[in-house]
Design a protein. Sequence first.
Length: 112
Amino acid sequence: MESSNKAGTTKIIYLLYLVGIVIPILTLIGLIMAYINKEDSEDWLQSHYQYQIRTFWIGILFSLISGLLTFILIGYFLLLVTALWFIIRCVKGLKYLDNRQAHPNAVTWMID
């Protein structure tokens, strides 16, 4: 039963991330939840928490770089690419979570 509760928490974090695109504070709440739950979970769920934490921080990095480049206009395109990258990572994470599988490459910077 506890595993399904933790899996539910992991799913909520992915959903907070997705809604956080519109309401950014929700993404920060999801990050805090991922940090709190990471250590007390089974290995397969820890891979998701690690993936979620990395998704947040890498997304922040990509967003900052894109934001700095908006003055030469390419930044707007890069912000769009960053948003798509973020959405795809969340959807793929949800797919593995729904199949009750560990994320196969939780440390990647890409979409894997």
